[in-house]
Design a protein around this ligand. Structure first.
Ligand code: SAH
Ligand code: SF4
Ligand code: F3S
Length: 484
């Protein structure tokens, strides 16, 4: 989900911070098509680009819904938009540099059409606050992740020439009552935010500062959203949070408590044909109860993203991850014991403060031992204000960080390739997501283990259908198969 590697591999799944963010538009209003058909576009339009993690993409859909309520419709054409928004990420320096680059493009549009408003949303807005307006003169709005309800008011103010900033971080906001506008969706898979913020203090990480305290969303609103999605044709939901395993919600009326395992079960019971995925699991919090719940429900996918960050206990301690190598290995053993065909993926940081060559070797050996299906791999990027920035020296030279990253990427590639080769000859239940990237003669879809499978289309089948696919070929990133 998050990647700014010099990519040696096809493992990067969705958003590459080095590339343009995804452009969202509202299918129903199709303002671009109205324009094409010669009719004038009516009403006000917003254009939004999103960067960073799935939470940000999910938030953009909440923003879309809030703006729709204020009379805006979405457009994929920034040239004609009245309001240009960029939902930003601060996780690494590179992510912020990309945002600055995009702002240069938006500046040009604003110079051509001076009435256009430019708004910066998300984590970078939260990190820089009103300083953003000093640094970026053409920006009109700076709105943090918990202040999106205030957007209509801030936009109205900006239309009158008042620049607006709201970066208030809330302890309660979960946007539970807002039904996200499914922007740019494939109509098959959707994200559901189940919690916001993070109470962990991993020493390298900026998220607790940009997203605030952890809070969980009302479980009934989550189940209702999943049911709505199923009824509108969606067949897969991904429950999102920075640390889903610490989900906890207490019913204010009955006092009844719901943990993540219980929530998973509730969502799984919406319909057997609705697949459930979730991200991200924290190794310190994932319980056997969650694993048993996964094993008990066929529609909860056998896939866990379990970021290790480093395979060495001393480095993990410096990172303040609050588990060590042995703890992590015990969790992985439990996963493979309780869900034998489960796939596990990871996030890895290379060259964290004081990391030695031997400690780097521990990360390499973990990739093989845990048999990750894939990993998101990064060089350590010091972030202002974090514990690591205040306490430790960022002392590993960039060339060494990058060389370690290359070794890690290469090994992960080999491990993925070997694992995928073992899938040859097996038949998987696949949910069709749409046309494959390379050919409209092929479908793409994923199996329960989250592996992408490409296979020739057969008449009568469409995205959202489940099919059985037998695998006959594999690279490190994709399986190739045929419907049976
Ligand atoms: N909540 C998730 C991670 C969210 S951030 C978790 O704890 O697993 C996504 C990933 O970005 C992290 O897992 C980490 O690998 C990476 N990351 C975070 N801060 C970073 C930094 N300062 N430099 C490099 N990578 C970082
Ligand atoms: Fe960052 Fe750690 Fe929270 Fe993940 S768990 S968002 S890495 S502080
Ligand atoms: Fe980036 Fe914020 Fe997500 S910093 S990774 S967009 S929580």
């Amino acid at each position: 989900m998050y990647n700014d590697n010099p990519t040696l591999t096809g493992l990067t799944k969705t958003i590459d911070e080095g590339k343009q963010g995804e452009v969202f538009f509202k299918e129903k209003t199709k303002p671009h098509q109205q324009a094409q058909s010669g009719q004038p576009e009516v009403g006000k339009h917003f254009y939004i680009e999103s960067y960073g993690c799935q939470m940000n993409f999910s938030d953009s859909e909440i923003v879309g819904s809030i703006l729709a309520g204020a009379g805006f419709s979405a457009t994929r054409n920034m040239e004609t938009a009245d309001l240009i928004l960029i939902n930003t990420c601060s996780i690494r320096e590179k992510a912020e540099a990309n945002v600055r680059q995009r702002l240069r493009v938006f500046d040009k549009i604003k110079k051509q059409r001076p009435g256009t408003l430019i708004g910066v949303l998300g984590c970078m807005a939260e990190r820089l606050k009103s300083k953003f307006l000093e640094e970026e003169r053409l920006v009109d709005l700076v709105v943090g992740p918990d202040a999106y309800r205030d957007l209509p008011k801030l936009v109205a103010g900006a239309e009158e020439g008042d620049k607006g900033v709201n970066v208030f971080l809330s302890r309660e906001e979960t946007y539970a009552d807002i039904s996200p506008l499914r922007l740019g969706s494939n109509g098959v898979s959707a994200f559901i935010s189940i919690m916001r913020g993070c109470d962990n203090m991993c020493s390298f990480c900026v998220v607790p500062y940009t997203r605030g305290r952890e809070r969980s969303r009302d479980c009934f609103s989550i189940v209702a959203e999943a049911a709505d999605l199923y009824n509108s044709g969606f067949r897969e939901v991904t429950l999102l949070g920075q640390n889903v395993d610490s989900y906890k919600w207490e019913n204010p009326e009955t006092g009844e408590k719901t943990n993540f395992a219980k929530l998973l079960e509730m969502v799984a019971n919406v319909h057997p044909d609705l697949r459930i995925r979730f991200s991200t699991s924290h190794p310190k919090d994932i319980t056997d109860e969650v694993l048993h719940t996964m094993a008990a429900h066929e529609n909860i996918c056998n896939y866990i993203h379990l970021p290790i960050q480093s395979g060495n206990s001393r480095v993990l301690k410096l990172m303040n991850r609050t588990y060590d190598r042995e703890w992590y290995m015990e969790r992985v053993r439990s996963i493979y014991r309780i869900i034998p065909d489960c796939a596990i993926s990871s996030d890895i940081i290379t060259g964290f403060c004081t990391e030695t060559e031997e400690e780097h070797q521990d990360t390499l050996s973990m990739i093989e031992w845990a048999n990750y299906s894939m990993s998101y791999m990064f060089v350590y990027s010091e972030r202002p204000g974090t514990l690591a920035q205040r306490k430790y020296e960022d002392d590993i030279p960039l060339e060494i960080k990058k060389r370690r990253l290359t070794e890690i990427v290469r090994l992960q590639n080999q491990v993925s390739f070997k694992q995928n080769q073992k899938d040859i000859g097996k038949t998987f239940k696949v949910l069709i997501e749409g046309d494959s990237k390379k050919s409209d003669q092929d479908f793409k879809g994923r199996n329960s283990q989250n592996k992408m499978i490409v296979f020739p289309k057969i008449k009568g089948y469409k995205p959202g259908d489940y099919v059985q696919v037998k695998v006959y070929g594999a690279t490190s990133a994709t399986l190739k198969g045929e419907m049976v």
